[in-house]
Design a protein around this ligand. Structure first.
Ligand code: GLN
Ligand code: ZN
Length: 754
């Protein structure tokens, strides 16, 4: 019985990859330096996994930016518009990040995670341009020998994730021979197993799609000699297990953490094919709690009744890239909490214990099992796990707590009277550039070089500077700029009870960007204001309306590692009440507008249609619980980015926010759905992409709104960027905002003229 890993965090301890990438982008490091550094990191990761006892180490899961983009490069599907650049690497990063006047490829959420992939564009037929998996495998063989297991993104999922592509069947027809050649080359180089990831299989898959998939796998396995394919699914149970089991592949990887019940039921019903290996995901690649080893062991024993030991692989439920590297740096946490955590390395260590228990008998791991029991018990007894007042407050909620007092049309009039905004009001999404000065200030406070007062004075000076700037730029609704926040979730988590933040728990979000999801371990409540002082200070500096910005309960939950002993809706209501308390204070202090950001609401949507309604029901209720307590004349905004609203438009309406700002500049089709269904609230379609350093010109921004005017009456449209500006340089932000305000002026002129 082997231990196989599906993927390892690329970013490295201390975010090594981020530092390399940024040095290269800033011109402080040349191409050779970047590649050399990245290869060394990749190699360290291989060695570390081997050291932890992994028998089959994933190779090719590492990426300089994104594995889907790597696959697009492999098949020559990088759009022509970037090919003006001399080096392959420059083209690669241009596709990911854009160029002056050349839009980057779209960035989208990877299934229901907070990782973003680069959307491949099929401008032309694919070709096997650069066999990246083979290159990685050759490097890995020197380090890992036979332990090296290449990982490739499967053709079905790759096509499903692509845009501008032909019909599935044709796209797969074009890809099949290329995959065939790619695999043959791996075989010739000595690979014995290849992991082919097909996570799309856990979504809804039609029978016709399944036939296309079967055809392509028949074709790509036909010519293989010694190389075996482990068809890997994760993030749930595959929709069509029986058909998958019949495919001519050599192994099937199943996620028994997320899809446990369904996968077991399928094994029970259909058995497991005699000719295949089972890759069993038995420790969680998505959450950070130590595995209940006894339960996991029982699961392994059960699996052994379906498949013999020599055909069973123990695996994490999915790639470990969704976890931080190690808990080793987190000893500042309460010991009971620290001891209850397992990040990537600890997960692999757990697999090793489980494998030993099977290989040598439970007697060999008595101490490890006892330690696992102790850790779980200590977590249960941890202070703050159950706070009676919080439980009672949630239990006492009534329907009225979820509803605003008057309907939208009435609120709208009162808000209009109070705010007196021009047509096409301009605003931003909340954050302004987190300059090195801002980050340095935070570091100074952390290191104790600055007192709390010094730090607060600095934050106030930033707020004052940007309030002045916004007034000069001519923006209509101002924000304070979020300078006090390192992150939109962690900042609030650090101020709420029931949450802990990590020191080095970084997880890749996209490219070099990482987030540090906080750990929601106990009952959540607010015993001190979250961002009241900053908003109130900003409003004191200007007669224009200031919009206070908060992170919503659904995003707080979806972007945290959350406890597993309470249902998600209960957790979300606790967070919602904390946000509600903050909003009540903001309103009392005179802030006329609050924005409750929910960029994560869409990604939390279950992958299977049948599970969606119950998620959306609590998600909508949590948002309403957070926001419904305000007076009619207080305007509630919400913001979402990279959301494909098509399948949740009714839920978005049900949020009952007065204004929603959304992404429309980059993905391109955010407005399309409103063609199908009129949205009855105010909308701010993002007029420029904040992820690109290059602002479009005034006309291009105006054009986004002109398109929107085909769908919305002028008085319902706002003008704003498509997300916060924290990742931009100050000059970039100012240039973009100046053009945006000019675009709004142009629209106003056109509108009054017309
Ligand atoms: N208010 C946040 C910001 O401006 C929103 C970020 C987000 O949507 N991801 O940074
Ligand atoms: Zn956003």
């Amino acid at each position: 019985m082997l231990i196989s890993n599906l993927g390892y965090p690329r970013i490295g301890r201390g975010r090594t990859l981020k530092r390399l990438l940024e040095a290269y982008w800033q011109g402080e490091m040349d191409e050779a330096g970047l590649l050399d550094g990245a290869r060394r990191l990749e190699e360290d990761h291989w060695r570390q996994q081997a050291r932890l006892g992994v028998d089959l180490v994933p190779v090719g899961d590492f990426s300089l930016y994104d594995h889907v983009l790597d696959t697009a490069v492999t098949f020559d599907l990088v759009p022509e518009r970037f090919k003006c650049l001399a080096s392959d690497l420059a083209v690669y990063f241009a596709a990911a990040r854009g160029l002056p006047n050349v839009k980057a490829c779209a960035l989208k959420k990877w299934f229901d995670t907070n990782y973003h992939y680069i959307v491949p564009e099929w401008e032309k037929s694919p070709a096997l341009a650069a066999n990246l998996p083979l290159q990685a495998y050759r490097r890995a063989r020197d380090v890992l020998g036979d332990r090296a297991k290449p990982v490739v993104l499967g053709p079905f999922t790759f096509v499903k994730l692509s845009k501008k592509r032909p019909h599935l069947r044709r796209a797969l027809d074009e890809l099949a021979p290329l995959y065939g050649r790619l695999l043959l080359a791996l075989e010739a180089a000595g690979a014995t197993w290849v992991q082919v990831d097909e996570p799309w299989l856990v979504r809804d898959v039609t029978e016709e799609e399944m036939e296309c998939l079967a055809a392509v796998y028949r074709r790509i396995t036909r010519d293989l000699g010694g190389l075996k394919i482990m068809l890997q699914t994760y993030f749930g149970a595959p929709d069509r297990y029986a058909s998958l089991a019949a495919l001519p592949v050599h192994g099937l990887g199943l996620d028994f953490v997320r899809g446990g019940r369904e996968n077991l039921a399928n094994l029970e019903r259909y058995g497991f094919p005699r000719d295949k290996h089972l890759g069993a995901g038995i420790v969680d690649g998505r959450n950070i709690w130590r595995t209940n080893l006894r339960q996991a062991l029982a699961l392994v024993q059960k699996l052994l009744s379906y498949v013999p030991e020599d055909r069973l692989w123990l695996q994490p439920s999915c790639s470990l890239m969704h976890l931080p590297v190690t808990t080793a740096g987190e000893s500042h946490l309460p010991p009971a909490l620290h001891g209850a955590l397992a990040f990537a390395d600890e997960r692999l260590a757990e697999l090793y214990v489980l494998a030993r228990a099977v290989r040598e008998g439970e007697g060999a791991v008595v101490a490890e099992l006892a330690a696992s029991d102790r850790a779980r018990r200590a977590l249960e007894e941890l202070d703050g796990r159950a706070v009676p007042a919080v439980r009672a407050r949630v239990a006492a909620l009534s329907e009225a707590d979820f509803d605003r007092a008057v309907p939208f049309e009435v609120r709208r009039r009162r808000q209009a009277d109070r705010l007196a905004l021009p047509p096409f009001p301009t605003t931003t999404i909340g954050s302004f550039p987190q300059t090195s000065e801002v980050r340095r200030a935070r570091a100074r406070r952390r290191r104790g070089e600055w007192s709390e007062e010094q730090y607060q004075a600095f934050i106030r000076s930033q707020i004052a500077e940007w309030i002045r700037l916004q007034e000069e730029l001519g923006l209509d609704v101002l924000v304070h700029g979020e300078f006090e926040r390192n992150d939109m979730v962690e900042y609030f988590a650090a101020r709420l009870r029931g949450y802990a933040v990590t020191a080095d728990g970084w997880v890749q979000s996209y490219g070099s960007r990482c987030v540090k999801p906080p750990i929601l371990y106990g009952d959540v409540y607010r015993d001190t204001p979250l961002t009241l002082a900053e908003a109130v200070y900003a409003q004191s500096l200007t007669p224009r309306p200031v919009k206070a910005i908060l992170t919503g309960p659904v995003t707080m939950v979806n972007w945290s590692f959350v406890r597993e002993d309470l249902p998600l809706d209960q957790i979300a209501y606790q967070v919602a009440l904390a946000v509600r308390d903050e909003i009540a204070d903001l309103e009392k202090a005179g802030l006329p507008i609050v924005q409750v950001d929910e960029p994560a609401i869409r990604e939390g949507l279950p992958l299977r249609t049948e599970e969606r309604a119950s998620y959306l029901s609590w998600a909508v209720r949590a948002f309403r619980l957070a926001t419904a307590g305000v007076r009619p004349e207080t305007q509630v905004h919400t913001h979402m980015c990279y959301s494909e609203f098509g399948d949740i438009i009714e839920a978005i309406e049900a949020l009952d926010a007065d204004v929603i700002s959304i992404e429309a500049a980059r993905g391109g089709d955010a407005l399309a759905l409103f063609k199908r269904r009129a949205y009855p609230r105010d909308v701010g379609p993002g007029v420029f992409d904040v992820h690109s350093p290059h602002a479009p010109d005034v006309e291009e921004m105006a054009q986004v709104i002109r398109e929107a005017l085909k769908l919305f009456p002028a008085e319902r449209l706002w003008v704003n960027p498509d997300c916060g500006l924290k990742t931009r340089q100050k000059e970039e932000a100012v240039t973009a905002l100046a053009r945006m305000v000019e675009a709004a002026r142009r629209l106003r002129a056109e509108h009054t003229a017309g």
